[in-house]
Design a protein around this ligand. Sequence first.
Ligand SMILES: Cc1cc2nc3c(=O)[nH]c(=O)nc-3n(C[C@H](O)[C@H](O)[C@H](O)COP(=O)(O)O)c2cc1C
Length: 303
Amino acid sequence: MKRILVVSYSQSGQLNEIIDNFLKPFESVTIERVDIIPEKEFVFPWSSTSFFDTMPDTVLEKKINILPFVSQFKVYDLIIFGYQPWFLSPSLPATALLLDPEFLAVLNNTPVVTVIGARNMWINSQKRVVQRINDAGGRIVANIPFIDRHQNLISALSILHWMLTAKKNRKWGILPLPGVSDKDIKNASILGLPVHKALQKGEYNGLQQRILESRLIDIHPSVMFIEMRAKRLFVIWANLIVRKGTNEKKRAFWVALYKYYLFVALFFVSPIVLFIYNFLIKPLTGRSVRKNKELFLYLGIVR
Ligand SMILES: Cc1cc2nc3c(=O)[nH]c(=O)nc-3n(C[C@H](O)[C@H](O)[C@H](O)COP(=O)(O)O)c2cc1C
């Protein structure tokens, strides 16, 4: 019987729900599930201060303490790694796991499927995850990102509402429900099927293509356009906050400044940039958009 290891962290439970559904086709398989547990819990709901204060450590990939990673076996046929991006980087618990020597030892020589539960910007974080998994000798065979499909600004507002209240409901009674839709969460089992088949055959070539053929996964060009530019700015801000925030008061000041910068960038600058992009740049760059999409949907996957 095939044996798989499923490792994940989920603060609200959304990603675990996705993974529960994703694993439905894996009936004839021994599944070991391990939760990543931070020593110091990330309180949910977040306060506005704690939410934005998490940015520098997350972007600079600081190692937080997690409970030691323990698995029953040293070797698995497949690892499913579930994680979420925070500030265009792997979440702090995900980074901590990817720095844990015990986990890295299990990764070595093992096929890995990443399952992401994001708002809509996961490309930069996946680049880092791919790099860390490759460095450990693991082999990415598929990546399955689940996103909030609503318009970028709408989903930013609704997710922030959810994160700051722990209520996955409609903000002001009018915004759409935040996060990955119930339909997409349920459909995760559809995407589990080809992975299960590949596992049974021990053959992962063409797996990502079969997953993409479901047409349940896509990258929106304008979201990709923003994400490709935003990470550099986040790194600058993260370093600035660490350098200038030498005591609690100074750090709070710089974090607040970043928060207002983000607000202005998201709600005032990005609509103008996107207007220019959609009407002037995108029509002339159709081929490179398609090329980038393909590149990101296959990050680290050998075809
Ligand atoms: C601090 C923080 C930062 C986040 N940053 C991003 C991001 O950069 N890109 C994105 O797509 N989603 C982002 N999200 C949403 C998460 O990726 C995730 O979808 C949400 O937190 C629910 O995940 P859960 O299963 O851990 O509850 C962020 C969430 C938090 C809490």
